[in-house]
Ligand binder design. Structure first.
Ligand code: DX5
Length: 229
């Protein structure tokens, strides 16, 4: 069985932590710093107790030349909302398993429309629930904080879950990113990468940093040196 080539671990800045008064400028700074992938956290005030971005933020990021924009849908009606983000030009649309009545149906529809499909689970949702859908995924997201806000503390208890899902990806030979999101910094990033994450969403640690380029480079170096080989 061919084992999917391990992907080069990447830090993915989350727009949630960017200064809203200068969103475009901060994205341009990120691009100059070498950022190629930005995550847009979408919150509906129902699935999570917060409201954030919409399809026009994805359009804006794409118009600024961001190569990969992933829309992380923390919404209760992903069937309807995912369509808006596909039309807005998202490269990856990630839905939450906890909000999907028919996960396979929505994941297949995202892929049918030429967009990469992601599935996310909250901290209390077991790894097995995500593993069941690996064959339908381009990206599996393990939340390492309770979704809804930036700046929360990384939940260390998620490390075994990352290892379990990484092992399942290897065993199945699927070509799927293993993404983590929440509380990623200079300490938790290498730990999460060593456990098997290869896409690490970082909001506060990058977009809220005084020197974004330096912060981004330090985090990328940290997951190269001490993360997965
Ligand atoms: C939670 C959000 C945050 C955000 C990253 O719903 O998804 O995890 O992207 O926030 P930081 O990096 O500040 O923890």
């Amino acid at each position: 069985m061919t084992v999917a080539a391990p992907k080069t671990a990447q830090i993915v800045p989350s727009l949630l932590a960017a200064d809203l008064a200068s969103l475009g400028a901060r994205i341009r700074t990120a691009l100059s710093a070498g950022v190629e992938w930005i995550s847009v956290d979408v919150m509906d005030g129902h699935f999570v107790p917060n409201l954030s971005f919409g399809p026009d933020h994805v359009r804006m990021a794409k118009s600024l030349g961001v190569p990969i924009v992933d829309a992380h849908l923390m919404v209760s009606n992903p069937q309807q909302v995912s369509s808006w983000f596909i039309e807005a030009g998202a490269d990856i649309v990630t839905v939450h398993l906890e909000a999907c009545a028919e996960p396979r149906k929505i994941l297949r529809e995202i892929r049918r429309r030429g967009v990469k499909a992601g599935l996310a689970i909250k901290p209390r949702t077991p790894a097995q629930s995500l593993i069941e859908f690996l064959d339908e995924l381009d990206l599996a997201l393990i939340m390492t904080v309770e979704p809804g806000f930036g700046g929360a503390k990384f939940i260390d208890a998620m490390l075994p879950k990352i290892k379990t899902v990484r092992q399942a990806i290897v065993n199945r030979g699927v070509d799927c990113w293993l993404q983590v999101d929440g509380g990623i910094n200079g300490v938790t990033a290498p730990a999460a990468a060593a456990a098997g994450a290869d896409s690490l969403v970082a909001g506060s640690a990058v977009f809220a940093a005084q020197d974004m380029a330096d912060a981004f480079k330090k985090l990328q170096d940290a997951i190269k040196v001490r993360g997965r080989k």
